[in-house]
Design a protein around this ligand. Sequence first.
Ligand SMILES: [Zn+2]
Length: 574
Amino acid sequence: MHDLVIRNGKIVDGSGTTAFNGDVAIDGGVITSVGAKAGAARREIDAGGLVVTPGWVDIHTHYDGQVTWDPYLSPSSWHGVTTIVMGNCGVGFAPVQPGQQEFLIGLMEGVEDIPGSALSEGIKWGWESFPEYMNAIEKMPRVLDVGAQMPHGSLRTYVMGERGARNEEATPDDIAKMAALVRDSLRAGALGFTTSRTMLHRAKNKDLVPGTFASEAELLGIGRAMGDVGHGVFEMASDMVGADATMEWMIKLSTETGLPITFAMAQVDSNPTGFRHLLERVRNYNANGAHLVPQIPGRPTGMLMGLQSSLHPFIAHPSYHAIAHLPIDERVARMREPQVRARILADEPAAKDPVTRYLLTNFAKYFALGDPPNYEPARETSVAARAEREGKTPAELTYDLMLERDGRELLYMPFANYSDYNFDALREMLLNPATALGLSDGGAHCGLICDASMPTYMLTHWVRDRSRGERLPIEMMVKRQTSDTAKFYGLWDRGVLAPGMKGDVNVIDMDALRLHPPQMVFDLPAGGRRLIQRADGYKYTVVSGEVTFVDGKATDAMPGKLIRGPQPAPRAVD
Ligand SMILES: [Zn+2]
């Protein structure tokens, strides 16, 4: 008698091999047979006409705070994600000295746009070291598995105090201390170390993330400590300028330790073919012993501009500023008054920062997202193109669009990977074997981006719906977010449906699978705001053999665990 049998499904097993029909049996949380007809079970799921896949492994999230109060880690768990890796981009909440908590919250609020009040109220601090943080997480029940990475921002602040926070150069003694703590954390089960080297990531007070200007000595000192332990991914948010552009330290470090270094790669409008050159360089370096992994998203990092968002084109207009504090319905009523509209539209935005200014006025990249949300819209549907046809200014059209749905409408602004107004560049990156799929940023950018739904989108858009270019096979899209991401983080016990592997499974109705439009809700601690997005079509999600969601509803099962370090492959599939 099996614990659970999923019968007669179309099995896309995560390895990339062609889908086949059959049963999946799970016993004691572990898969015991795949494909062959399975005997009776205490619980049976009829998967006739449905697709059966491994649970998704999302390696780029920022749930470091939410993980301490929300056992569901939504929205990711609503999208078939059964394993998340957090602590990315150099920001997180451990290690922490007494008195540094608010500093780390300000850092997270500034960099990842997670409301500071929600973090302050939500996080029950009960740790100082990173291993203590992991212990605290481990004690909580949760619906999915969680992997932790140690962030440079907190580590540097912990070891160097004010000097670290102010980005002063680390002394050899500082580096030795940081290296020792990284070693301890990896040995306690951290899956990696992360850092920020981008000018875009700033704390609430506009300071850059501690570690942004870390010297080669500091990066190598920490990286070699990882090499001593023998596991861990080195993740980095970077603009790939300066010393990062030459990739010399990354080549040196990854060659020496054999450990991967991953960084975000994107197609940028200022150099739309640059990514191709970067991929070519990575291919050459890796052929000579380096281990560099450009991380890519499955759709453009999509900013969602609306009246409740962190950014929208009128946010820096003085006349808007005068009513910005009003509750949304009152604000919408005022904005509908012709004089108010005229005044706001006549204002010059007060934003001085050129990046912000560009984002707020780049109307050729603004689109009505619609329902179902269209993340690959044609150029002629941009706000700029539509405004021209309608004889309005782009700002006027944006203003009117944002007032639709009682002022809840969101305009989609693809921030990168959309230079050609289609996904052909992204498709090229997805097909490149050197890249890893990530960057959903689950749990972060609460007021502007909701890409935690990306795992669902890989199937709805890339496999099924794409009409403006070639689609991609389901076998490949499933592999990209299961075995590929799991192995990259050393999690050889999951990501493939095979005997001996962890019983993490999605049962999906491909015909019914759809994304709802994103919406702003105020359900974080202290009423904090966040964008969420729901999906239909996940019939069942299973974690360690326990059904966690049925038709999008949680079952209250809490089989999720903290992952401690790399997980070996089961013998059966060695
Ligand atoms: Zn990130």
